[in-house]
Design a binder for this molecule. Structure first.
Ligand SMILES: [Zn+2]
Length: 291
């Protein structure tokens, strides 16, 4: 079901106009904007960087292995899901992967920034729909078989409410996958430039998800094999440059990218076998909305 962001009543149908109060979203760049008052929220993240980001993502050491883990978790824990909704879909790098792996999956993406959505629509194609939203006022109610937020809620002040909103969008019995950066001791200039509000401990994210109504299916840490390099690069070496792309190591030499990718691929073998690492760069929580 859809849920009107103005009057909060729920309704069925393809149309975004609320049959109860008549509220209709603005349209920008061809996408329904359910939170137009946030369109100029450029202080949270530089929207212009989406153009560059879409290109850098493809070659990055991080997004490929992260996508592979998300794809694996999705088919392992939610093999029957027919619909998937991602909040903070950016330029669509995750949805493209999930759509390619599951030919019958219908995918839906939302982001506070409308600027990334044309890239996402181009990447994913016909089987997808995209909207601009406020993560704290989502326009759905018990709509999707599974939902995801990948490196998103650490950007949101009220992450508890964002999780609650996400919980509402999932059908009872449906699933959720949430990725966040782990370990407060890894906090660095990268987190500041990326506009992170926090990094998480394992217990913290699980607790917040339970408070939102989810049941934890599995909580796992990944990026353990790259953790020593991350500590050296982010805490011990002097920081090179002030731009996020420099600090995120997105434009590093090819051999470094290849090494990090290889480590992150190896990292996932024990995870697939059920091993839960005690430490690592990121947390993935797989959860379910109880019936
Ligand atoms: Zn309404």
């Amino acid at each position: 079901m859809k849920r009107c962001v103005a009057c909060t009543r729920t309704y069925d149908g393809a149309d975004w106009t609320c049959p109860a109060c008549g509220h209709a979203p603005e349209v920008h760049a061809g996408f329904p904007c359910l939170a137009p008052h946030l369109l100029k929220a450029g202080d949270a993240f530089d929207a212009r960087s989406f153009d560059g980001l879409a290109k850098l993502e493809e070659g990055s050491f991080w997004f490929g292995p992260r996508n592979r883990l998300i794809g694996w978790a999705f088919s392992r824990y939610f093999p029957d899901a027919k619909t998937f909704f991602e909040i903070g879909c950016g330029t669509g790098i995750v949805l493209k992967q999930l759509a390619a792996e599951r030919p019958n999956l219908s995918v839906h993406g939302a982001d506070i920034f409308v600027e990334g959505l044309p890239h996402a629509a181009e990447r994913v194609g016909q089987r997808a729909s995209f909207i601009q939203v406020d993560a704290l006022n989502l326009p759905f109610d018990r709509e999707f078989d599974a939902v995801g937020a990948f490196d998103v809620i650490e950007h949101i002040d009220d992450d508890a409410r964002a999780l609650k909103e996400l919980w509402r969008t999932v059908k009872p019995g449906g699933g959720a996958m949430i990725i966040v950066p782990r370990h407060k001791f890894l906090w660095s200039r990268v987190d500041e430039l990326a506009q992170h509000k926090r990094r998480y401990s394992g217990r913290e994210l699980a607790e917040r998800m339970r408070e939102a109504g989810f049941e934890i299916v599995r909580q796992l840490t990944f990026g353990m094999l790259t953790l020593p390099l991350q500590v050296i690069s982010r805490r011990l070496l002097p920081q090179k440059g002030e731009r996020l792309v420099d600090l995120l190591e997105l434009n590093q030499p090819a051999w470094q990218t290849a090494l990090l990718k290889a480590l992150l691929w190896l990292d996932q073998i024990p995870i697939r076998m059920g091993v839960n690492y005690p430490c690592g760069a990121s947390l993935l929580v797989i959860a379910r909305r109880p019936h």
